[in-house]
Design a protein around this ligand. Structure first.
Ligand code: SUD
Ligand code: ADP
Length: 313
């Protein structure tokens, strides 16, 4: 492949996500669970700036420019792995420096690392003039992690298999969410393992795994309806009980959001971020203020938003 690298830097934004629906099936031989997921990309966005460099390096800061604890800056960094993958794929022999401005909570269940990886794929493809097609980028994304393809796609979508086989879903309206983040994170494999443990202990309050996880058509109708009340009745996350078992304080937070006027609340993915659905923009503002006044780290976001895209080059 002939590459026509662009001079200067390329900046890409990629969104975090909420799982509106997550049916978790059995664990497979590769250690992954079969899932049926409905994702929504929300307006909490990672920004990755790629600059030509001789070697591969990454710097991670938060919105105020401060260092972010808990994110590796060596070869374990998912964005750096994405950059190396693109270089290998297209035969690029140079390096790149990635500057990540992080807004999505680390290990929060909102796919922040996946968003960084998706942004890095798009940024390196543009910076190096590689011209990878969308299906080629999706294939590389799936190699990096189950949630990475969705951050590339954005919007609302159904994910099956590991969550990486995507088909877009129609959402007619904007939904307003208040997300409550937490300084501590939860490890995704630990939460899946806790669900397996709860299920094998045959707890009567934990749904057993279905043979083949499937998306309930009601959630897709709810998305199309644009009605928060209808959507509220269709939200489901099989990982919620496991996240709450590992972090019992999340149950109090869910109750607190309900008392403060949320239409519904659920743990986002493997948690510990909790997403509260609001009746609209104004109710979300009030909910955010009430939860903040009570000492929570609450942010008003909306979805769906676009997937990873170049904002400047
Ligand atoms: C739970 C979810 C819901 O969207 O998101 P997060 O809460 O992590 O954001 C995903 O399933 C996470 O996706 P992601 O975080 O990309 O997972 P990966 O890095 O590919 O996998 C990390 C580990 O999670 C477990 N895993 C992940 C996906 C899946 N379908 N089954 C699993 O059992 C496996 O133990 C795997 O080794
Ligand atoms: N660029 C990155 N941003 C965040 N986490 C990363 C990154 N690269 C690797 N990681 C590792 O992945 C783990 C989970 O990442 P993250 O995507 O933030 O959470 P979640 O999977 O819960 O949505 C982190 O604990 C961190 O060690």
């Amino acid at each position: 492949m002939s590459l026509s690298a662009v001079p200067g830097s390329v900046r890409v934004r990629a969104p975090g996500k909420i799982n509106l629906f997550l049916d978790v099936g059995d664990v497979q031989a590769d250690g992954y669970h079969d899932v049926a997921s409905v994702y929504q990309a929300v307006s909490l966005v990672e920004q990755v700036t790629a600059t030509p460099a001789a070697a591969f390096s990454v710097r991670v800061v938060d919105e105020s420019g401060a260092a972010v604890p808990g994110v590796p800056t060596d070869d374990r960094n998912l964005a750096l792995r994405a950059a190396r993958l693109v270089a290998r794929e297209v035969g690029y022999l140079g390096g790149v420096h990635l500057d990540i401005r992080k807004c999505v909570p680390v290990a929060g269940g909102m796919g922040g690392g996946s968003a960084d990886a998706a942004a890095a794929l798009v940024a390196c493809d543009a910076l190096w003039g590689a011209g990878l097609t969308s299906p080629a980028l999706q294939e590389l994304a799936a190699r990096l992690g189950a949630d990475v393809p969705f951050s590339l796609l954005g919007g609302s979508a159904v994910g099956t298999g590991r969550g990486d086989r995507l088909s877009p879903a129609l959402a007619r309206a904007r939904f307003d969410w208040v997300i409550v983040t937490d300084e501590g994170g939860l490890s995704t494999p630990a939460v899946y393992a806790e669900l397996d443990r709860l299920r094998s202990a045959a707890r009567p309050d934990i749904e057993p795994a279905q043979q083949a996880p499937a998306v309930d058509p009601v959630i897709l109708q709810a998305l199309r309806s644009g009605s928060p009340d209808v959507l509220a009745g269709a939200l489901r996350n099989d990982l919620q009980d496991a996240a709450c078992a590992l972090r019992p304080d999340l149950a109090d937070l869910l109750d607190q959001g309900a008392s403060a006027g949320a239409v519904a609340g659920l743990v986002s993915g493997s948690g510990p971020t909790v997403a509260f659905l609001a009746a609209g923009d104004e109710s979300a503002r009030r909910l955010q203020q009430t939860l903040s006044a009570a000492g929570r780290r609450a942010r008003h976001v909306h979805g769906p938003v676009a997937g990873a895209k170049v904002v400047t080059r």
